[in-house]
Ligand binder design. Structure first.
Ligand code: FAD
Length: 537
């Protein structure tokens, strides 16, 4: 696949060829007049010799997106990843029976412009399986199932196919979860969420979601019925802990964009179906992704800029890798540990200490029969669980006509993260007695047997979005001229999500290109060292 709008000779984007620092525009213009083909060959030769190289640590979505967009701009993108699996928080593994289990149940939204564009650019957009435009909540009515009433029941917010915000307002008005008075108070309270700009939303970072609801006179029951589930889905914590900014951001996108809240599942495991095509693109265009190559240390020069990344190689030895610019696409908790001592006193890096990953657990339960035919995400409204889905319905690769595989997000997980898998599955099964009374528990008429389970714990996942932390999120540009940041925790409007990660990578790539363009050509690291820049210590 060639980058779009690029030089047909060498695959470099025209924008990059026009770099003042690399080529004198005047010379190219004069030569072009005389012999276009010859000039293009000269340009390609020049470019190939001087191709700048950028080293990126982390092959999650942020690092891969950064490498993809650098590749588009004619840069040699080299990614080092500590694990032997792509994707970071979207990583997944196959068990010995060939079943996949994942770090997290992942949903794509219509309001993810950068992710959707990336999928289109890679020609894999059709791997998204879009679902009915609705949000489905388990009813609390089945809390104490009786033998006569032991079917799971659901409440739906259905978004009709009319423009936003009308479709969202109608979805609220026609749902059966709230009384008419609650619906009206809720809709009135939401007006600033729909029409308030980004400044209003960011200003609300000082409140927790519960505090914001109280200020808007929205009844507490709305919080209990809807927003405990939403808060846990967005950041794995409860509404009294989450910044109002997070939920307002989601609501703003969902209510302003007609298809903003429409959900899709990937058609299979994320490392192969989502990450591999990005790697193939990078490698087909001269870049490289090195698995099992952890960044161990960042070496600095006297002026504080990055001298090299010290990377562990395949046999565990440390190597010094040099490039023209460096990007960390690591989770914030790991980045903090790898910061050079001399950077720690810089306010920009010091502020990272306020950002901490929140614990979450992803559970997979395989049953001997079908528990539901719902082909969608479900908000469990359980104290222990957040969202879940029967992946045997929602995802083509996991499809099974006769058996269910429930994937459930267990949150808040702080009290359970150090418990055994058996304990976690046991309390989850107890919760499922309420969600599937007809199949699980003492009243089950068609009992289902748990065949096997898999528990994936992430003690430090996305950063915990407590009130007041938004201003501590760093920009992609850092005070260190040749060092950049990508990652869902960095500053961008999509919070800690796949969309946020992809956007952060794109923004970091743009910042790196601006930096490279501003440098005179003869200072390029890649002009000093030939193609393979490994210097073994
Ligand atoms: C349970 C769960 C459910 C989620 N659900 C959703 C959802 O439904 N929708 C949504 O949009 N988002 C969801 N997310 C959030 C989303 O997964 C993340 O926001 C996003 O994937 C983060 O990408 P990232 O590249 O910023 O970070 P990461 O994915 O953490 O990537 C960082 C990479 O750096 C690597 N690394 C670490 N140390 C080193 C080192 N020393 N050297 C080299 N590499 C290193 C890691 O192995 C990893 O590959 C969910 C997350 C979880 C945990």
């Amino acid at each position: 696949m060639a980058p779009s709008s690029c030089c047909v000779h060498c695959g470099f984007q025209s924008l990059y060829v026009q770099r003042n620092s690399l080529f004198k525009k005047k010379d190219i213009f004069v030569q072009k007049k005389t012999n276009v083909k010859k000039t293009m060959n000269v340009v390609c030769n020049l470019v190939e010799k001087k191709r700048p190289k950028v080293l990126i640590a982390g092959a999650g979505l942020a690092g891969l997106s950064c490498a993809k967009y650098l590749t588009d701009r004619g840069v040699e993108a080299v990614v080092v990843e500590s694990r032997n699996v792509l994707g970071g928080k979207v990583a997944a593994w196959k068990d010995k029976e060939g079943d996949w289990y994942e770090t997290g149940l992942h949903i794509f939204f219509g309001a993810y412009p950068n992710m959707l564009q990336l999928l289109r650019e890679l020609n894999i957009y059709d791997r998204l399986q879009w679902k009915e435009h609705a949000m489905i909540f388990n009813n609390k009515a089945s809390d104490t199932p009786s033998p006569g009433q032991n079917m799971s029941s659901y409440s739906k917010f259905v978004f009709p196919s009319i423009p936003a915000p009308l479709n969202g307002i109608l979805a609220i008005l026609f749902s059966d979860m709230l009384t008419w008075k609650e619906k009206l108070l809720f809709a009135r309270g939401l007006i600033p969420a729909i029409f308030g700009g980004q400044d209003y939303i960011e200003d609300c970072d000082k409140y927790s979601w519960t505090e914001w609801l109280i200020r808007q006179n929205i009844p507490t029951r709305v919080n209990d019925e809807i927003f405990i589930a939403m808060s846990k889905a967005l950041n794995f914590i409860n509404p009294d802990e989450i910044s109002a900014m997070v939920i307002l951001t989601a609501l703003n996108r969902f209510l302003r964009e007609t298809y903003g809240s429409k959900m899709a599942f990937l058609d299979g495991n994320p490392p192969e179906r989502l990450c591999r095509p990005i790697v193939d693109f990078i490698e087909a265009n001269g870049g490289k992704v090195w698995m099992k190559h952890p960044l161990r240390r960042i070496e600095t020069r006297e002026d504080g800029t990055v001298e090299s990344f010290v990377v562990g190689n395949a046999v565990g030895k440390a190597e010094q890798w040099r490039a023209d610019a460096y990007v960390s696409a690591l989770p914030v908790d790991i980045l903090k540990m790898l910061l050079p001592l001399s950077w720690k006193s810089i306010e920009f890096f010091h502020q990272l200490s306020f950002l901490k990953g929140v614990p979450v657990i992803n559970i997979h339960l395989w049953f001997d029969r079908k528990l539901t035919d719902v082909d969608h995400l479900l908000f469990s409204r359980s104290n222990l669980l957040s969202v879940y889905a029967d992946m045997s319905n929602t995802c083509r690769e996991y499809f099974d006509e006769n058996k269910s595989m429930l994937e459930l997000v267990f949150a808040p997980a702080a009290a359970y993260i150090s418990k055994s898998d058996e304990d976690i599955v046991s309390v989850t099964m107890k919760e499922l007695e309420r969600l599937f009374p007809q199949h699980i528990g003492p009243n089950a008429q068609l009992p289902a047997k748990l065949i096997k389970y898999k528990v994936v714990k992430t003690p430090r996942s996305v950063y915990k979005t407590s009130p007041g932390l938004n201003s501590y999120r760093p920009s992609q540009v850092t005070p260190i001229s040749n060092f950049f940041l990508a990652g869902d925790f960095t500053s961008q409007q999509y919070l800690a999500s796949m969309e946020g990660a992809v956007l952060s990578g794109k923004l970091a790539a743009e910042a790196v290109v601006r930096y490279l363009e501003s440098r005179p050509m003869d200072t390029m690291e890649s002009t000093e060292v030939a193609s393979n820049q490994l210097v073994i210590r």
